[in-house]
Design a binder for this molecule. Structure first.
Ligand code: TPP
Length: 361
């Protein structure tokens, strides 16, 4: 297994495509059909363009807030492409590309950041939990979900994603420890984009790599070049297969970089240098994957121009629709979606809130 050969505690990172899009680890190059590779690429282009547009909409005062994904497309899509339709995601908030690949609509992602909770509703059969803003909570949810699949003998795997900062939270350890101990079908993916808002990872952990925290759970762990779509896919596929066979969780660290701000309320120029940003711009995950596809004869600049135009039209149309819906929802909707039936506590909270709002009129 890759985790055995690429020991993250010895500073070994798994890579297939180098930053120029050249295959440097042929033995591991996956034999993916052209349609799958193109779906991965097109999703990344849509995700990147949607990120740029969302930042602009927010600056124009048309969007509430937004957490951009730029730079993390491969780390998300490589994982999503390794999943089967029946698998589950317990996502964090910086997960646009993973969500798009798995069938969440751009409309619902925009709606969510617009401030409309209806953006949390998934199309039928799309097994992606609502966005977890509470750092670390996705780990315990994943452990519970995976345990339910195991007890019900369903061939489902749950993937949870967490930031580097999130690995300093208790829930990361609680969930993964439980999943490891009971061999629950979980794949844990750390999106190490090197900053938790302005806190660099070296101020949040003393470990050489974040992957090696897996040793404490007794599970395989591996650090991957998170800007390498192929490496992320191959490692995630191996981890998914293991989990599905009942062999328990794997911990994957995607070593990547957040090219944009933490959210629209952040200014990264205060805590990181232009040189650092320029270095990482050279490692752009989309650019190197594009070169790979062109070299394979699967993609061309003409197709690129057409795709960018189509994608920008789609984004513009989608956002116009979202603006026409607005952010207003019925009060009841805030309370009624957590359980199949509202608990007495939720009913009480609803009544309290209703009275409060009536009093405020
Ligand atoms: C329990 C909890 N504490 C604090 C916050 C506020 N907060 C939002 S994002 C963030 C940083 C998270 O960084 P990281 O886990 O590295 O993920 P990234 O945002 O870089 O993707 C913090 C502290 C929160 N959402 N939840």
């Amino acid at each position: 297994m890759i985790a055995k050969k690429y020991d993250a505690s010895k500073d070994k990172q798994f890579q297939i495509l180098d930053q120029n899009g050249k295959v440097v680890n042929e033995k591991f190059e996956p034999n993916l059909p052209k349609e799958t590779l193109l779906k991965m690429y097109k999703t990344a282009v849509l995700g990147r363009s949607a990120d740029i547009k969302a930042l602009q909409y927010q600056r124009q005062g048309r969007m509430l807030t937004y957490a951009p994904n730029m730079g993390q497309e491969a780390a998300q899509i490589g994982v999503a492409a390794a999943m089967e339709p029946q698998d589950w995601n317990s996502p964090m908030y910086r997960e646009l590309n993973l969500q798009l690949y798995r069938g969440v609509t751009l409309e619902s992602v925009f709606l969510y950041w617009y401030g409309n909770e209806r953006g949390s509703i998934r199309p039928d059969g799309v097994r992606v939990l609502p966005t977890n803003i509470i750092i670390g909570s996705q780990s315990n949810l994943a452990a519970g979900l995976a345990m339910a699949s195991k007890i019900r003998k369903q061939p489902e795997v749950t993937v949870f994603t967490i930031g580097d900062g999130g690995t300093a939270h208790g829930e990361f350890y609680e969930g993964l420890n439980f999943a490891a101990t009971y061999n629950a079908p979980v794949v844990a993916v750390i999106q190490n984009n090197q900053y938790a808002i302005s806190t660099p990872v070296r101020k949040a952990s003393k470990s050489e790599s974040l992957a090696q925290k897996g040793a404490a759970f007794g599970i395989p762990f591996v650090q991957v070049d998170g800007n390498d779509m192929l490496a992320m896919y191959v490692v995630a596929k191996e981890a998914m297969d293991r989990a599905r066979k009942g062999e328990g969780p794997t911990l994957i660290e995607a070593f990547t970089y957040r090219m944009g701000p933490h959210t629209t309320s952040d200014d990264p120029s205060i805590y990181r240098t232009k040189e650092e940003e320029n270095e990482w711009a050279k490692k752009d995950p989309i650019a190197r994957f594009k070169t790979y596809l062109i070299n394979k004869g699967y993609w061309s600049e003409e197709e690129e121009a057409k795709l960018v135009e189509d994608v920008n039209n789609e984004i513009g149309e989608t956002f116009k629709k979202v603006e026409s819906y607005g952010a207003k929802v019925e009060l009841m909707e805030i309370f009624e979606h957590t359980y199949a039936e509202m608990t007495p506590q939720l009913k009480e909270q609803y009544e309290d809130m209703k009275k409060y709002l009536e009093g405020a009129k």
